[in-house]
Ligand binder design. Sequence first.
Ligand SMILES: Nc1ncnc2c1ncn2[C@@H]1O[C@H](COP(=O)(O)OP(=O)(O)OP(=O)(O)O)[C@@H](O)[C@H]1O
Ligand SMILES: [Mg+2]
Length: 227
Amino acid sequence: MNDVILSCRDLAKSYHDGTSVIDVLSHIDLEVKSSEMVSIVGNSGSGKSTLLHLLGGLDKPTSGQVWISGKELFVLSEVEKCRLRNNFLGFVYQFHHLLADFTALENVSMPLLIRGVNPKEIQPKAEHLLEMVGLKDRFTHKIGELSGGERQRVAIARALVIDPLCVLADEPTGNLDPRNAERVFELFLDLQKTMRTSVVIVTHDMRLAKRAQRVLQIEDGKLVSLV
Ligand SMILES: Nc1ncnc2c1ncn2[C@@H]1O[C@H](COP(=O)(O)OP(=O)(O)OP(=O)(O)O)[C@@H](O)[C@H]1O
Ligand SMILES: [Mg+2]
């Protein structure tokens, strides 16, 4: 099966800051297939987070299109876009965006609560995911009571709770020690094999990046294939 889960064509993003224009991305074409892991590398400021945000519909491109599971993203209303995202994509933000006043378990549960799933069904699943990322003893800690790496792992569990078709992960192991980074990466590999989840992972860690099927680099606003 070679079904395309996520794709973009001729995607471009520029920022206008008063007088000047910064062209961050241009002519980006990408197809991510079911059960495929793609890593994206590139210098700081090269546009990795920008690309991930565009692919996830969190930001609007200057031009170009994105399709998620065959549906064109930027012709949808905000509500439809949120629904599509909530149903298909697991987003791990570079800066987490967790809800500070809620516990780890509540944060991980949130995407399913929004979907209207019965809380009794959600809890075991959220607990299982927190265990998988090594946070068995932190279920009831509020986000403010967790370390940076622990928060990062809560964000990963939250992205996975919806059984996404595709995970978009922005430096998910950036704050982690090697053992926890490996645990998270193994979790992605396992989902890829068992659930046919696609994973797009942005990382500065070339050793991890090379374990994906494809390694892409953003260079001068273009996406080039390394492996
Ligand atoms: N809202 C914005 N307005 C203007 N410029 C922006 C905006 N957001 C990002 N940029 C610029 O776009 C470029 C790409 O940013 P982006 O966050 O995508 O980089 P990155 O590759 O993820 O970097 P890092 O590895 O440091 O996370 C940067 O030069 C940044 O300054
Ligand atoms: Mg970034």
